[in-house]
Design a protein around this ligand. Structure first.
Ligand SMILES: Cc1ncc(COP(=O)(O)O)c(C=O)c1O
Length: 436
């Protein structure tokens, strides 16, 4: 076993203090809110989490992709302390405040477009996607929404309808929202598709003149870390232009520097009309937004979009500092470096283990797909669960993804050091050695 500097698991998991809290949880917290980690966090810094029993873990999940600048990034913490002394809440549409506007200025500056850009802020990722659809419907006067296979857009009525995976996200929760149509996705590892096939599916499912918006993740996140071929996003832009609907990118998981560019779409020759952001935007505080073409953003009538807590001042202050930190700490090149390092380890591990069918990703959004064998490519969810569970119990938290739960994915804070990456990779490799 390689020497461990950052991780330390000295009790069974959960340890006695965590176990006592889990016993309380079982009595009062609704059952569906099951937890991934078998421990309760006490504190965290950067990419390291310590639990109530003194165990330490390297966090490759980043709170499911919310901690690109790291846990408790100093600029964020300082700004939050300052804001605590000023005011906590007004509702921006009741009594406006400057941080909302400063953040909108900073976000619009990140979109290189030949047209003016505006921003609306909300709380969660699902809310941003819902509002992108509302804005597009108001702009086009049309109803239909196009989404893709493997998509994840959230858990509200409209966004769970837009999400592909039935269990656990949809089963038992119908009836679903109307006017949502799912198109084939060009999965490079499995069934491919072409732009022509996507257009044929579109026109056979719905009258294109009724389509308000196409919502697409530039890289599929929860659905399995699928990177599209270069033609895909530009071809969807062409379809949107040809049929007069809005093109919205869901950058909730891919954005804020995760892939080495501020927005993942910047890797491709394409410009969307609307962009949904959330997760790493405010470093763990609840904040999301729709950023896009001013003409479209202005379409809903006054008060048609918004919400009591939308663009909460604390969350805006955090987000302003997140954007500054990305530049000040060179975290976009860092994302590329962390991603390269992880990817080269994944590829090396894949060379030894046949159960790894594919390694893929962009920047620090890297995943590997586990299969029963490389010929049949049958998804191996059970092995994925065993490998990640052993890694977790040895000190490294790796989330999973995919329609069939057979993808190990990395959403680590971009401030994770090379040494920490190495330690996490050796834990993962030992887990493969134990199970394959
Ligand atoms: C691409 C994408 N869209 C939307 C969401 C929903 O975000 P939230 O959980 O904040 O509602 C997520 C969350 O994982 C996501 O990854």
């Amino acid at each position: 076993m390689a020497e461990r500097r950052y991780t330390r698991v000295v009790t069974d998991l959960p340890g006695p203090k965590s176990a006592a809290v889990f016993a309380r949880k079982a009595k009062v917290v609704a059952g569906p809110l099951e937890t991934y980690a078998p421990f309760i966090i006490r504190r965290s810094e950067g990419a390291v989490i310590e639990d109530l029993d003194g165990n330490r873990f390297l966090d490759f999940s980043g709170g499911w992709g919310c901690l690109n600048v790291g846990q408790r990034s100093p600029r964020v913490v300082d700004a939050l302390k300052e804001q605590l002394d000023d005011f906590l809440h007004t509702d921006f549409t009741a009594v406006p405040y400057e941080p909302f506007i400063e953040l909108a200025e900073a976000l619009t500056a990140r979109v290189e477009a030949p047209w003016p850009v505006k921003v609306a802020l909300f709380n969660s990722g699902a809310e941003a996607v819902e509002n992108a659809v509302k804005i597009a419907r108001a702009y086009t006067g049309r109803n239909a929404v196009l989404v893709f296979e493997n998509a994840f857009h959230g858990r509200t009525l409209l966004t769970m309808t837009m999400t592909h995976k039935a269990t656990p996200y949809k089963a038992g929760f119908g009836p679903f929202a109307p006017e949502v149509y799912r198109l084939p996705y060009p999965n490079l590892y499995r069934a491919g598709t072409t732009a022509e096939e996507i257009e044929r599916a579109l026109v056979s499912l719905v009258n294109p003149a009724d389509v308000a918006v196409m919502v697409v993740e530039p890289i599929v996140g929860e659905g399995g870390f699928l990177v599209p071929p270069d033609w895909f996003l530009p071809a969807m832009r062409d379809l949107a232009d040809a049929h007069g609907f809005v093109l919205a990118f869901d950058e909730i998981q891919t954005g804020i520097g995760r892939t080495g560019k501020f927005f993942a779409y910047e890797h491709f020759d394409v410009l969307p009309d609307l962009i949904c952001v959330a997760k790493s935007l405010a470093s763990g505080l609840p904040l999301s937004g729709v950023v896009g073409k001013a003409e479209i953003m202005d379409a809903p009538r006054p008060s048609g979009i918004g919400g009591t807590y939308s663009g909460n001042p604390l969350a805006c202050r955090a987000a302003i500092e997140v954007l500054k930190t990305l530049d000040a700490e060179d975290l976009l090149p860092r994302a590329a470096r962390v991603g390269d390092l992880i990817r080269s380890h994944f590829e090396r591990i894949a060379a030894d283990y046949d159960c790894i069918g594919d390694v893929r990703g962009l920047g620090a959004m890297v995943g590997m797909e586990l299969v029963t064998d490389r010929v049949t490519k049958v998804p191996n969810k059970e092995l994925t669960a065993r490998v990640t569970s052993t890694a977790l119990r040895s000190g490294a938290i790796f989330p999973t993804a995919g329609l069939f739960g057979n993808v190990i994915r990395v959403l680590a804070p971009l401030v994770m050091t090379d040494e920490q990456v190495e330690e996490g990779m050796s834990i993962l490799e030992e887990s493969f050695a134990a199970h394959c």
